[in-house]
Design a protein around this ligand. Structure first.
Ligand code: AMP
Ligand code: MG
Length: 344
């Protein structure tokens, strides 16, 4: 199959994408978070195509993308007031809410769960494609399962060229990490995945937020989790990633002591001069964390060339969007973190 790449501003591209989706096939679409592999979320067969293309385990549920908040009630029941408040404040945007699913949502989409994850993306072209398709779109990140997410059309072409008919090219994604996921189906709201909407923003509305342990620690493969996807290895290049935490000079000293030929350093732009002899790659500015979230996956992909040794990575500290960057980098590192303040 020939994969067409068409710019998002090309006339009729949304119509073409919608027609392919209506025919039951998969289209790669840009969103403000990452590129998604989109198909009709109400069709078991179309959703099966997503799992097939992505190589995703079928018990890992998908997010349903809708084009406005009034559609919540089409797919969910017993919706708490807090969900409408969050939608009003943060939609369209990088926030996904887990709610009780109506029978209109196939089990294939929810991974067999009785709940469904819903999001209204803040990307004009994505919402246009949803609207023209006339159905909510299941759209997981458009990477091969387990690999770093795709934040450009080139990334999608690399992973899925020849397998899907169309990639809509909207340029590099603004946020760069997947949506924040909050589960509103339990007594207390629970953060399942940090993203562009921060824990602080959620707390300000909800007054309460439990952080799921899958966010902060490696989950055992036999553990019982809210959604099976939470325990799969994620975002990972082939090379082992080691996060080196601690103050800038101490981290540089640690990395220089351990660096071997073939290793790489993934650092902040401000730190590049410290690693001139360590083949460094910057993923953004420490002083502007949004550049780190926007650049992280492209950098992890660049490092994933199969030919290098270990990757020593520097990670931003603090809350806000830095919390999401920490989460993705820790997962890429399988939670292998060295504290340069104490380690030799
Ligand atoms: P993505 O990887 O961006 O496609 O997002 C899918 C992730 O959303 C899954 O791996 C789950 O962690 C989460 N998710 C989707 N649906 C549900 C659900 N019904 N309950 C809990 N988490 C969900
Ligand atoms: Mg993903």
């Amino acid at each position: 199959m020939k994969t067409q790449v068409i710019p998002a501003n090309h006339p009729n591209v949304a119509q073409k994408a919608a027609e392919i989706i209506q025919s039951g096939d998969v289209v790669a679409i840009p969103t403000e978070t990452v590129y998604g592999l989109a198909a009709n979320g109400l069709s078991e067969d179309a959703v099966s195509r997503i799992f097939e293309v992505k190589g995703r385990p079928s018990d890992n549920p998908l997010i349903l993308h809708i084009c406005d908040a009034t559609q919540i009630d089409l797919y969910c029941h017993d919706v708490p007031q807090s969900a409408y408040r969050l939608a009003q404040l943060f939609w369209p945007g990088p926030l996904t809410m887990v709610l009780p699913a109506k029978d209109t949502v196939p089990k294939r989409t929810t991974g067999g769960l009785s709940t469904v994850a819903l999001r209204c993306p803040d990307s004009e072209i994505a919402r246009q494609i949803i609207q023209l398709s006339g159905v909510p779109l299941a759209a997981p990140s458009a990477n091969i399962s387990g690999k770093p997410s795709t934040t450009t059309a080139e990334h999608v072409l690399h992973d899925h060229g020849g397998k899907i008919p169309l990639i809509v090219d909207g340029g590099a994604c603004r946020v760069g990490v997947e949506s924040t996921i909050v589960d509103l189906t339990e007594e207390r709201p629970r953060l399942l995945r940090p993203g562009g909407i921060t824990p602080e923003q959620l707390m300000a509305v909800l007054g309460d937020l439990v952080v799921d342990k899958a966010v902060t620690a490696q989950i055992d493969k036999d553990a019982v989790v809210k959604a099976p996807g939470m325990k799969y290895r994620h975002y990972a290049p082939t090379e082992p990633v080691i996060i080196v935490a601690g103050e800038r000079e101490k981290a540089a000293a640690y990395i220089h002591r351990h660096f071997e030929p073939g290793d790489r350093v993934l650092c902040f732009e401000e730190e590049l001069p410290l690693y001139a002899d360590c083949n460094p790659l910057s993923y953004g500015k420490e002083a502007d964390v949004s550049t780190l979230s926007a650049g992280l996956f492209a950098a992890l992909r660049e490092l994933d060339d199969g030919s290098i040794g270990k990757v020593y990575a520097r990670c931003p500290v603090g809350g806000g969007v830095a919390y999401a960057v920490q989460n993705r980098l820790k997962k890429a590192a399988a939670f292998h973190i060295v504290d340069a303040e104490v380690a030799q």
